[in-house]
Design a protein around this ligand. Structure first.
Ligand code: FES
Length: 178
């Protein structure tokens, strides 16, 4: 029967390599973690991210090209939608309390209602088939891009999925309170 191998002592070089690797990892985490929390802050105490159920005036599958339907975040519990992209006043992570579902060609786009200039609510201009801002006159195409300013950034998409029936959507949002 072979004698058990004696445990090899850890070499000084190996110990130093592991020590340095651990130190570097801790340093990187200490620098990166606060930056990540700044970019994606966690919800405040009592708040939580959750899909928000909203009802549409018209079933999704009956919307015609150019149809726009507005929906609002529920107030019981108090809720808001989380903007996904855009820019200016519509930075990702900002909150919106209303949105628009828009049939554009064979696609449905869902946007926060906020103008990317200073946040007023845009509304459908039926004649021009655009979304116009009443505050300073910005105009957006139905795909959310800017037709003319002062807004410099597109409307912000909301992340969504179909709800339990054709008149409902589930939209990424946050429950703000009770
Ligand atoms: S807030 Fe819409 S154009 Fe200024």
């Amino acid at each position: 029967m072979a004698a058990p191998e004696a445990a090899r002592p850890i070499q000084r070089r190996t110990f130093l390599a592991w020590y340095m690797a651990g130190l570097m990892t801790a340093t990187v985490l200490a620098v990166v973690a606060p930056i990540l929390v700044f970019i994606w802050p966690p919800p405040a105490r009592g708040q939580r991210f959750a899909p928000i159920d909203v009802s549409l005036d018209k079933p999704l599958d009956q919307m015609q090209d150019g149809d726009v339907t507005r929906f609002d975040a529920p107030t019981q519990p108090d809720s808001a939608f989380v903007m996904q992209d855009g820019g200016g006043d519509n930075a990702p992570g900002k909150l919106a309390f209303s949105g628009l579902a828009i049939k554009n060609g064979d696609k449905v786009n869902v946007f926060a209602i906020n103008c990317s200039h200073l946040g007023c609510s845009v509304a459908l201009n039926k004649d021009a088939k655009t979304l116009d801002c009443p505050c300073h006159g910005s105009r957006f195409r139905l795909d959310g891009t800017v037709q003319h300013g002062p807004a410099a950034y597109p409307l912000s998409h909301l992340k969504w999925q179909p709800g339990d029936n054709p008149t409902t959507l589930k939209i990424d949002g946050i429950i703000l309170g009770t």
